[in-house]
Design a protein around this ligand. Structure first.
Ligand SMILES: [Zn+2]
Length: 277
């Protein structure tokens, strides 16, 4: 494995007709990936894809959990079979699978809440997030965080767990990091890494924070099928495109591509318990 995409959704219907070809290109490019569940059914599919990938020579692992966002409108198609709660008994059956390396994507998303539902929706998401933090601690797994317009609230919750029962067991990665330097510092203090997607190839909004994060705490991801990097914008994204993202991160940081990429592979192995080999 030469490259790692630590966050993609290979179980989404976007790959319904040509997943085999996507996986083939990952092999050709020596790209490994963690495919992320967004609900129970999606998590089951993620584990299956990782398991079958192994048989075909792909380097794929799975992350299991429940996305904070309630499906609505056009996003519904990506949340097939969504259950709004965290069904711990069912996730317990999945978490023991050797391909499962993290819990999530879980977190808080205040982006699209309808004004009349703010209180109940915040309460629902907070409960769902805490259930998954406790589950990750119980099974000693890192968290894959989804956080949108809610960084301080996510950090406040994590900091309380860190001081209480969490300790070194509480760890993880903030996916699609879009926070500021101050929030990045708080994640670093908690021992969390942060990953960046294809958006870094077409906006300078994150340059400052990309430069701020130490080399041992940065990660690469595609969030495929979403947000393709340049030069694939407008097309469906896939894990092989992560190479473009690492190139851009190296350019922004003023580091060599090989050195940064080597660090990212090492970071992924450390963060996901050395399971990624
Ligand atoms: Zn995702």
């Amino acid at each position: 494995m030469k490259y790692i995409d630590i966050h993609c959704h290979l179980d989404f219907p976007d790959y319904g007709t040509d997943l085999a070809e996507v996986l083939e290109r990952m092999k050709e490019n020596e790209v490994g990936a963690i495919t992320i569940g967004t609900d129970l059914e999606s998590s089951r599919r993620a584990v299956k894809i990782a398991e079958e990938g192994e048989k075909n020579g792909n380097k794929i692992w799975a992350c299991i959990g429940v996305h904070p966002e309630k499906p609505q409108g056009e996003t519904l198609g990506n949340f097939q079979g969504l259950t709004l709660g965290f069904e711990e008994k069912e996730f317990e059956k999945l978490v023991v699978h050797p391909k499962v390396v993290a819990i999530g994507e879980c977190g808080l998303d205040w982006f699209r809440i309808e004004p009349e539902n703010i209180e109940s929706e915040r309460e629902r998401q907070t409960k769902l997030f805490k259930q998954q933090i406790e589950f990750a601690l119980k099974y000693n797994k890192p968290l894959m965080l989804h956080c949108r317009e809610a960084y301080d609230d996510v950090l406040n919750i994590l900091e309380v767990y860190k001081k209480a029962e969490g300790g070194d067991k509480l760890r993880g990665n903030a996916h699609f990091f879009a926070g500021n330097v101050e929030q990045a510092k708080r994640f670093l203090d908690l021992g969390f890494t942060m990953s960046f997607t294809g958006v870094v190839t077409f906006t300078h909004d994150y340059d400052e924070v990309i430069k701020y994060i130490p080399q041992d705490s940065i990660m690469s991801e595609t969030d495929a099928p979403f947000v393709s990097p340049v030069p694939y914008r407008g097309k469906r994204n896939e894990p092989s495109f992560v190479i473009e993202i690492v190139k851009k991160l190296a350019e922004i940081r003023g580091e060599s591509f090989e050195v940064l990429n080597g660090a990212i592979i090492k970071n992924a192995k450390v963060a996901f318990g050395g399971l990624l080999c």
